[in-house]
Design a protein around this ligand. Structure first.
Ligand code: ZN
Length: 93
């Protein structure tokens, strides 16, 4: 029997794998649309995606809307997809 660990774990809505929440990016549904919660403090219904281009794109194109029970406008979707560029920039020192 597996025992629960105490580290906070969150599930990526694209690949459905749970992970330490630091490896995941939180997205929050707001009245203006879905935004990336870079501070982790935004209120609202949230979902998590891996900061990985594969999970991110699949998530934004398909799973995110289901997870947040909303529909993305084309602009909103394009903004979110464009956001993945910042992952690769962040990893470069
Ligand atoms: Zn994932």
């Amino acid at each position: 029997m597996a025992r629960n660990k105490h580290k906070p774990q969150r599930m990526c809505v694209a690949c459905r794998q749970s992970q330490d929440k630091k490896s995941l990016v939180r997205l929050v549904r707001t009245p203006e649309g879905v935004v990336v919660d870079q501070t982790g403090k935004l209120a609202g219904r949230g979902a998590y995606l891996h900061a990985d281009p594969d999970c991110w794109e699949r998530g934004v194109k398909k799973y995110l809307e289901k997870a947040l029970n909303t529909s993305l406008s084309e602009t909103n979707r394009a903004e979110l997809i464009a956001f993945q560029d910042s992952f690769s920039n962040k990893n470069k020192e």
